[in-house]
Unconditional design. Structure first.
Length: 346
């Protein structure tokens, strides 16, 4: 018999306020009931804050119940989940290790909009749950489910090789992870930022070079890069980017903007430059990433808030002010133990 459960979620609203709601769901045979301990706050969540859907898509927690057909998870397992909620498991994309592009996928903001990471619990299809390593703390696991996975896939799912000059634009939630990953993968990491104040931190994370794009034309100061991961919040200004790209290079667009930047076609054609979109990561890529972060002791830099209306709204405010360093994590009440908002790096 299917089981009916009740739990609390935090939803957006037309006014932008975050409001609690109670959800009642019946656990279907292939679904898993997860108690959420930690949830990452992603820049993309801002796009849904004014909609009446449950918020948050980077979750980590513990399995508390399973449907009758679930075979890969058991009560007590530590799990994480991200942007994609369900895939078919049978199409060419799924069987080739690119299931994030499954054409029958269900994803955050579109399907099952009453299920989220900013919640006490979630009901998740077993196809897109990820078992977490015992050595990975859940507060660090949650932001890896989207931001970490996104930059990991860009660095490992295409043609980036050890020794390549890899540019990272933006030292934020994605960029600070991209620097760490690229450095440990053996790349020559070149960081571009709008703030000169982040130079020392970029070097500490593994950057070999640091340049400020806002200081006019940097083409004479920078040896061209083979790959550029665009991790900034603002849409790319291709007139500044193309001069720092080598011929036969690739620009990876990893963030979402409501603005559509103009694209100069001639330098794209004449230098054989590619623009590559990349969305989150497949299950196999996420598993490889988790093994990599354990091996190299890589962790996000995080700030934490309680899983309450006030806590979530305070985290959004810091994010919108551009003061997040570098990933917000919302902590479930049972796991908070009275801790205030803090900044941590593993």
């Amino acid at each position: 018999m299917s089981k009916t459960i009740e739990f609390n979620v935090f939803k957006g609203s037309e006014s932008g306020d975050v409001n609690p709601d109670t959800i009642r769901r019946t656990i279907q045979p292939s679904e898993v009931f997860v108690e959420i301990s930690h949830a990452g706050l992603c820049g993309t969540d801002r796009l849904f804050k004014n909609k009446g859907i449950a918020l948050g898509h980077e979750g980590a927690g513990t399995v508390r119940d399973v449907g009758s057909a679930v075979t890969n998870f058991k009560v007590g397992d530590k799990v994480g989940f991200g942007w994609v909620r369900k895939v078919c498991g049978h199409c060419d994309f799924c069987v080739s290790g690119h299931d994030q592009y499954c054409q029958q996928r269900e994803q955050y903001g579109k399907e099952n909009t009453e299920i989220s990471a900013f919640a006490t619990h979630a009901v998740w299809h077993e196809s897109m749950l990820i078992k977490l390593p015992d050595d990975l703390e859940p507060e660090y696991a949650a932001p890896l489910m989207c931001s970490g996975a996104t930059v990991w896939c860009a660095l490992t799912c295409y043609d980036i090789k050890p020794g390549d000059r890899v540019g990272v634009q933006g030292i934020g939630g994605l960029g600070h992870m991209a620097i760490q990953f690229a450095s440990k993968l053996g790349c020559d990491v070149v960081v571009f930022s709008s703030s000169a104040a982040k130079k020392d931190e970029a070097k500490g994370l593994g950057a070999n070079e640091f340049h400020t794009l806002e200081n006019g034309d940097v083409r004479d100061a920078v040896r061209p890069v083979k790959h550029l991961l665009w991790c900034g919040n603002e849409p790319p200004d291709f007139s500044k980017i193309f001069p720092i790209m080598s011929p036969d290079s690739t620009i990876y667009l990893l963030t979402v903007s409501t603005q559509q930047p103009p694209l100069p076609v001639m330098p794209l054609i004449s230098n054989g430059i590619r623009i590559q979109g990349s969305a989150v990561a497949s299950r196999v890529a996420v598993r490889k990433m988790l093994r990599f972060v354990i091996l190299h002791r890589i962790r996000p830099i995080i700030m934490t808030w309680p899983m309450t209306k006030d806590g979530i709204q305070a985290a959004f405010q810091i994010l919108e002010q551009g003061k997040m360093r570098y990933r917000g994590v919302i902590v479930g009440q049972r796991h908070l133990m009275g801790k205030p908002a803090v900044e941590k790096m593993g």
